[in-house]
Design a protein around this ligand. Structure first.
Ligand SMILES: [Zn+2]
Length: 107
């Protein structure tokens, strides 16, 4: 498996099931800026949840980014700026990895 293949995946929906709450913990945990790089507004992002058939709004929508010339793709979660619509894609593998490394502590 070459380096490109290590970064791509064949989709397994259970492996990429991340809840809205886990994603917010990730954004806070990695200290991701909430200032939009294009319009400069802050704190007004929509995180996309659910699937095309409208189920399970608690979990993030996973998007496939096909890799040209292969049957592989990369997965991302997405959010958009409420003001200008800038679409931000977050590499799903990193989110899943971070959530595993940083389990929610009991209250
Ligand atoms: Zn914006």
């Amino acid at each position: 498996m070459d380096e490109e293949d290590k970064l791509s995946v064949l989709y397994a929906s259970d492996k990429f099931k991340v809840s809205y709450g886990e994603f917010i913990r990730f954004l806070d945990g990695v200290k991701m800026s909430t200032t939009c790089p294009h319009c400069g507004t802050s704190d007004s992002w929509t995180v996309f949840t659910g699937s095309a058939i409208g189920k399970d709004q608690e979990f993030l929508t996973a998007y496939k980014m096909p890799i040209a010339g292969t049957t592989y793709y990369r997965l991302c979660f997405s959010m958009s700026c409420e003001n200008c619509g800038t679409f931000r894609s977050i590499y799903a593998n990193r989110v899943v990895e971070w959530v595993k490394e940083n389990p929610e502590l009991p209250q």
